[in-house]
Ligand binder design. Structure first.
Ligand code: ZN
Length: 345
């Protein structure tokens, strides 16, 4: 994906130091204590308490326990294929594995194959992988992430024309959604759920408008079901960095502010405020933008992008490997999304 407004990379902001980790834990525990106190007192005088009480209602179904170990293993497995760049054997092999895996978790899977044109004229053989649960239900949630990895390492100082591993940028969102799928296969939610793994998201060039997100751009005008609709959608991108900060991104707020509210409140209920920041940030062109604008479905992006800072340190470099992934971050995102799905009816 790309940012619309130019930003400077600043590594000093993303320092992973021990003090910060300690503070995260400390404030998380403190947050739980305060939350518990407010709920015990029934204090609805502040707007925070009022908002929290909305999600504190007991759900009809138990919320499954999202396994970060499982999500992590799914990322490792994707990396083991090599780069997932369209027109390569490793891309095809990974597509087959993703499709088989989703089917094994009880989903009805459609592989939407197409040829799309990249910014440099290359014809890309892409496929969106679409997995549906409870296809008969009208009330549906759409969960998405891109599964392709970037063919270039343009932010690296070396081997810029070679593909990146794409652990966080690509692998992490898919790893989380595969684990959500595993849970959906075990405990049926009350609503329908569609998981779409977008292809050809990361083959773009910042200077060429519309050159990113080719898989979602294809889908919005060629939906897998005529008149397909969902109540709302959530896209995941770069959800594995240890220092991840998911901010309220501009397009998500513009098109689907109430969905942002719902998801951020759920995260807060679980004590994940450290990751889900209330900071409002500049719009980012990512798959959710096309789903909103042309797909007619309100969709938000959970993406690691603090204001006035770059994406994670290893973004679009050869260092975006398994070392960029934190199980704690995967848990925060995965548990939040799982809870949102199972609370819906
Ligand atoms: Zn990318």
């Amino acid at each position: 994906m790309m940012v619309q407004i130019g930003i400077m990379k600043n590594r000093f902001f993303r320092k992973k130091d021990i003090f910060k980790r300690f503070s995260i834990r400390f404030f998380r525990v403190l947050g739980f204590l305060i939350l518990g106190f407010m709920m015990a007192c029934g204090d609805d005088s502040s707007s925070t308490a009022e908002k929290l009480s909305e999600v504190a209602v007991e759900p009809d179904l138990p919320i499954p326990d999202f396994s970060a170990d499982s999500a992590y293993a799914f990322i490792e497995k994707q990396l083991a294929f090599g780069s997932r760049v369209p027109n390569t054997g490793s891309h095809l092999a990974c597509a087959q594995w993703l499709s088989d895996k989703l089917e094994s978790y009880g989903a009805k899977v459609i592989r939407q194959a197409a040829v799309v044109k990249a910014f440099d004229g290359t014809r890309l053989n892409m496929q969106n992988i679409i997995a549906s649960y409870n296809p008969e239900k009208n009330r549906r949630i759409l969960l998405t992430a891109h599964w392709d990895s970037r063919p270039f390492a343009d932010q690296d100082s070396e081997r810029q024309n070679q593909p990146i591993p794409g652990a966080n940028d690509g692998g992490s969102g898919v790893g989380v959604l595969l684990e959500v799928a595993r849970q959906l296969g075990q405990a049926n939610p009350q609503v329908g759920v569609d998981i779409i793994l977008w292809d050809a998201e990361d083959y773009g060039k910042t200077e060429v408008p519309g050159s990113y997100c080719l898989g979602s751009q294809y889908w919005v005008v060629n939906k897998h079901k005529p008149n397909y609709d969902a109540m709302y959608g959530i896209n995941l991108d770069m959800v594995g960095d240890p220092d991840a900060r998911f901010t309220r991104e501009g397009h998500s707020m513009e098109y689907a502010a109430n969905v942002v509210e719902k998801v951020w409140r759920t995260a807060r209920l679980y004590g994940y405020d450290q990751y889900f920041s209330l900071e409002r940030t500049e719009p980012i062109i990512d798959d959710h933008v096309y789903v909103n604008r042309k797909g007619g479905i309100r969709m938000i992006d959970i993406i690691d992008k603090p204001a006035n800072q770059s994406f994670f340190d290893e973004w679009h470099t050869h260092r975006d490997d398994i070392n960029t992934i934190s199980k704690e971050t995967l848990k925060a995102v995965g548990q939040t999304v799982t809870a949102v799905v199972y609370r819906e009816k």
